[in-house]
Design a protein around this ligand. Sequence first.
Ligand SMILES: [Zn+2]
Ligand SMILES: [Zn+2]
Length: 273
Amino acid sequence: MHDYHAHSVYSDGSNLRRMLDAATEAGLDGVGFADHCTLTRDPQWRRQRNRYARNFDRTYDRRRAVLSSLRADYDVDIYDAVEVDYEPGLEERIRSFLDEAGFDYALGSVHYVGEYSVFSFQDFSTPDTPSPEVMVADYYETVASLVESELFNVAAHVDVVEAHPQLTGLRTPDQIERVADAFTRSRTIPEVNAKRVGRSGGPDFHPSGDLLDALVDRGVPFTLGTDAHDPSEYDVRSNALSRFCAAHDLEVVSPFDVPPRRQSADERPQAAE
Ligand SMILES: [Zn+2]
Ligand SMILES: [Zn+2]
């Protein structure tokens, strides 16, 4: 099995050699390192970029050199990738960075919408924040834009808001359809993300429930991501991913197997009456 989503010290993960030792121990055949990169111009998220080392655009060449030398020591495929924060309006900046850097593949993620984070430390119960329903609607619209941007090989953890106790269960059938239809028309592949395995609250995997079903119904394939930040996470998450994919009979592809652009129902030639 190949895992296409892990983090190293070049963002908020662990030492590359320790990660690779653990990946080998877990029986993985390939590991992709996709460190965080925020290219935003927004002052609030610029501060986060500086505080939490989400400045991989400044350091990717150093990690690339380390990965090149480590390849000689490991019997696993090692991929040089990135996880970019997607933000509407930033497409050209993201595109030119990805063109310049030439990663093996790129993951795109929605970690914040406007000034609000999607993670559970963000409280949506105060009067100065949007209602949970509005936040969820904005989140899924942003995910659909990410998919339609065609910037990324992979869309990471596409329903991450389901892990937020104030946001879970609020999405509507229209929002699910909007996101699932965007994937059927795009070359971007959704990821089965195992970062919630073993944690309480929320689904074990993203995407979950009716969004997973909608993607499967439309014949959309998936890539796999442990989203490991620590070596100890590989074993349990990669085993859980294998079981989950087998149980749901998912079509698993690599980020390089870009599927042909599929047509939506309304683009297909209509049968003659
Ligand atoms: Zn992420
Ligand atoms: Zn990640």
